[in-house]
Write a protein that binds this ligand. Structure first.
Ligand SMILES: [Zn+2]
Length: 480
């Protein structure tokens, strides 16, 4: 019955469109989903099937984000969820209320192994679903893979993305790992998964380009704000992270989401995938200095109190506070061991720069460079779904690698969170400092487990001691 009513509505709009506009001869259900959009078929099919709905004003909102709860509803409906026959058995998530509209959907997806929580007891239903989370869920819901595809580390999703690419799940989808999935992308992958499962056939007119030529499946088009098409790419130019157009789109999407506020963009860079795990078992030529006399260590408590370059948050904690508390405990330990110490922030309320994220990061490196520091440590907390400790050095720096390895070992000995390894990346503070430098991610502030340690004064002290021991070991002196 529902479909019939929908069909009538579509027809009425078709007729109106023909009458009102010579251009809109193809008709469209949503005014912001042009027939030339790659996701046109997906959106209209799912809408007709009652899986995904518009915004209620004749628009679909293809560039809007989707919460994790809404996404569960789409996936559940696309996978035979029927509210009349399904009795939710509940979830372990304390943030999904029993009387919440989404409880049934989330429970259904959880029971069927499509979703996990952010932690064992939380689901974050109102957070936006990210591209990689959406891909993982749809891979699982399509029967293309399961949790065994999860990888350890920040690129936990790479197995799912590989499978999704190979199976055509991402065809026609525009997405950026680490960013919220758009409704257009969500519709595309849910639709693709239904095609893969053979439960739905594409219907309607094939998409056409601005010249009226038919577009084959997988063609990518760029869409500007008002939904009109600016460019039609050749079918072989399907999204690949390495191609220039894709990078341009990625940049464009970031600006769309973050506007002039690059804070989150830089945060994302900090959590970016551009690292490699160092082989710390390999032999290296390394002669310790043997004395801390005259050595200057610059400690950088990551992030600012407020404004720009603020840190991650989670479990009632703010990264910028935790990094400072660890740093202020580290300072006297290093001084006791004969080092001179300068901090880039001298109080928990201080901002290194209020100008911009890049200025804030540049100034930290500048403080170390101008003072002729011998060693630089930038203290951070991780975020983004994970657990454990990791330490970074600047790609290509062999001293940095040794330094980072000692610090990593020091933190593991002192606190004992999971070992995520020593990694290299070209983070701003690492590449812009002239001396041996390390950036350490003590633990995940958004992990309930890690946050217990990060928020504890006792363990902040333990982190500081671990870092201080690591620095002493690197220099080749006995920690006092
Ligand atoms: Zn940080």
């Amino acid at each position: 019955m529902r479909m019939r009513i929908k069909a009538v509505v579509v027809c009425t709009i078709c007729i109106l469109s023909v009458v009102l506009s010579q251009i809109a001869v193809f008709g469209m259900e949503f005014s912001d989903v042009p027939i030339t959009a790659t996701y046109y078929k997906a959106v209209n099919q799912l809408s007709n099937d009652g899986i995904i709905q518009g915004r209620g004003d004749g628009k679909f909102g293809p560039r809007d984000k989707t919460t994790r709860a809404e996404f569960c509803a789409f996936v559940a409906r696309a996978n035979n969820y029927n509210e009349n026959y399904y009795t939710a058995s509940g979830t372990p998530f304390t943030d999904v209320a029993r009387d919440s509209w989404a409880q049934g959907y989330i429970s259904y997806c959880y029971e069927n192994g499509y979703v996990n929580g952010m932690t064992e007891t939380s689901f974050s239903p109102n957070d936006n679903v990210t591209a990689e989370q959406a891909i993982k869920v749809v891979v699982c819901a399509s029967g293309l893979g399961d949790d065994s595809l999860s990888k350890v580390g920040p690129m936990w999703y790479s197995g799912y993305v590989d499978v999704a690419k190979r199976s055509g799940l991402l065809d026609g989808g525009i997405y950026t790992i680490g960013l919220p999935a758009t409704r257009a992308f969500v519709a595309q992958i849910v639709y693709n998964s239904m095609l893969i499962k053979g439960e739905s056939q594409a219907t309607g007119t094939d998409a056409v380009d601005v010249s009226g030529n038919r577009l084959s499946s997988g063609t990518t088009v760029a869409v500007v704000d008002d939904g009109s098409v600016t460019n039609v790419y050749e079918p072989e130019n399907i999204w690949e992270p390495d191609d220039a157009e894709a990078l341009e789109r990625e940049y464009y999407q970031k600006v769309q989401y973050y506007g002039e506020d690059y804070e989150k963009y830089i945060k994302e860079e900090e959590n970016s995938n551009n690292y490699t795990v160092a082989d710390t078992n390999e032999e290296y030529e390394y002669v310790p200095i043997g004395s801390s006399e005259g050595m200057l260590v610059v400690i950088d408590p990551g992030h600012n109190n407020s404004g720009v370059d603020t840190g991650a948050t989670g479990n009632g904690l703010r990264e910028q506070d935790i990094t400072f508390y660890i740093a202020e405990k580290l300072k006297p330990l290093l001084e006791r061991n004969g080092f001179r110490v300068i901090m880039t922030r001298n109080s928990v309320k201080e901002n290194v720069s209020t100008e911009s994220v890049s200025a804030s990061l540049a100034r930290r490196a500048d403080i170390a460079n101008r003072n002729g520091a011998d060693l630089f440590v930038s203290i951070h907390c991780n975020a983004g779904g994970g657990t454990g400790t990791e330490t970074y050095y600047c790609t290509g720096s062999s001293d940095g690698k040794v330094f980072a390895t000692f610090i990593q070992e020091g933190m593991l000995d002192a606190v004992g969170l999971r070992n995520r390894g020593v990694k290299n990346a070209r983070y701003a503070v690492l590449r812009n400092t002239n001396m041996t430098a390390a950036l350490l991610e003590t633990g995940f502030i958004d992990s309930a487990n890690d946050a217990k340690y990060l928020g504890s004064e006792e363990y902040q002290q333990a982190f500081a001691e671990g870092i201080a021991k690591g620095i002493c070991n690197y220099v080749g002196i006995e920690y006092q």
